[in-house]
Design a protein around this ligand. Structure first.
Ligand code: ATP
Length: 275
């Protein structure tokens, strides 16, 4: 595992020269600076052109696989109106703050989390805010949260290509994106929109993950394709995309997420050789 430039103890002076600092200083950039006690080596945005493809499950699976490889990993839940990451890990708020910033919460497998759900009075409280306020909260998750030393910060992006994802792309130094899709015709078109947005923002695409690729019959073991034929190979070929994984529908994934025990989940369908 490569060292990040911050060294082991992260303070203001040691963070000078860290990638997460330098990018914020680019001229004419809309990017905001990370918290002074954060040293984040790589920021990976997990996006989908639309909701309902299991983006949060894929984000958490990628985080688990990277953490299992020994990397320091964080998840910034930028899905402000539909935050689901803390619940999946059984992590509850309130997150605590100090003069230094807001402390992320830790999952049982050592992943740092920040999400709107950790700041709300109750987890059922709805977030009924307009886009600019939501986008500002996401910025604060970068500027005010004490991420410390991280090899990877995975950003669970809000679905779609609207105002909030746009601001997130512009404000955070997203190094690469992972696109999550499912095997439906309509999704193919929507993936192209997500790719086109990344292209316009000049953010490289690390690869694509297809979720809900198949379902195994519990009786005969036969593979069933409830969402129809996959178009992943076609789209990956056309767009020259790296396929990171094809994930089947598995009851254990949904059960672990519902039970707040997603830290126990390993996802052998993902290839996270990210270096
Ligand atoms: N491959 C899968 N097998 C079984 N359950 C899954 C799978 N992928 C997602 N789920 C479950 O489906 C539900 C919705 O998934 P998730 O919250 O990740 O995505 P989403 O809400 O569809 O996506 P988004 O974050 O794009 O709104 C969750 O309970 C999750 O655990």
């Amino acid at each position: 595992m490569s060292e990040n430039s911050c060294g082991s103890s992260c303070d203001k002076s040691s963070c000078e020269g860290c990638p997460s600092k330098a990018q914020g200083q680019q001229p004419q950039s809309l990017q905001v600076e990370s918290n002074e006690y954060s040293c984040v080596r790589r920021v990976i945005g997990v996006v989908s052109g639309k909701g309902g493809v299991g983006k949060s499950m894929v984000t958490a699976s990628l985080a688990n696989e990277l953490a299992a490889k020994g990397y320091q990993v964080g998840i910034l839940d930028a899905d402000i109106t539909g935050p689901s990451i803390p619940r999946m890990y059984g992590v509850h708020g309130p997150a605590e703050g100090s003069d230094m910033g807001i402390e992320p919460r830790l999952t049982k497998n050592g992943i740092k989390l920040m999400s709107m759900n950790l700041l709300l009075p109750t987890e059922e409280t709805p977030v009924i805010w307009r886009g600019p306020i939501i986008a500002n909260i996401v910025k604060q998750f970068w500027t005010d949260v004490i991420w410390g030393d991280l090899d990877y910060l995975l950003v669970d992006m809000p679905p779609g290509t609207g105002d909030v994802p746009l601001t997130v792309f512009q404000s955070l130094p997203v190094d690469e994106i992972v696109v999550v899709t499912s095997p439906q015709d309509l999704v193919q078109l929507i993936v192209k929109k997500a790719l086109s947005m990344a292209d316009q923002m000049k953010i490289p695409v690390k690869g694509v993950v297809e979720n809900y690729s198949w379902l195994e019959c519990p009786d005969c073991g036969k593979k069933l394709y409830p969402f129809g034929k996959s178009h992943l190979d076609e789209i990956a070929g056309e767009e020259k995309l790296n396929i990171i994984g094809r994930i089947p529908m598995k009851t254990e994934f949904a059960e672990a997420a519902d039970a707040g025990e997603f830290d126990k989940i390993r996802n052998p369908y993902l290839n996270v050789d990210f270096e």
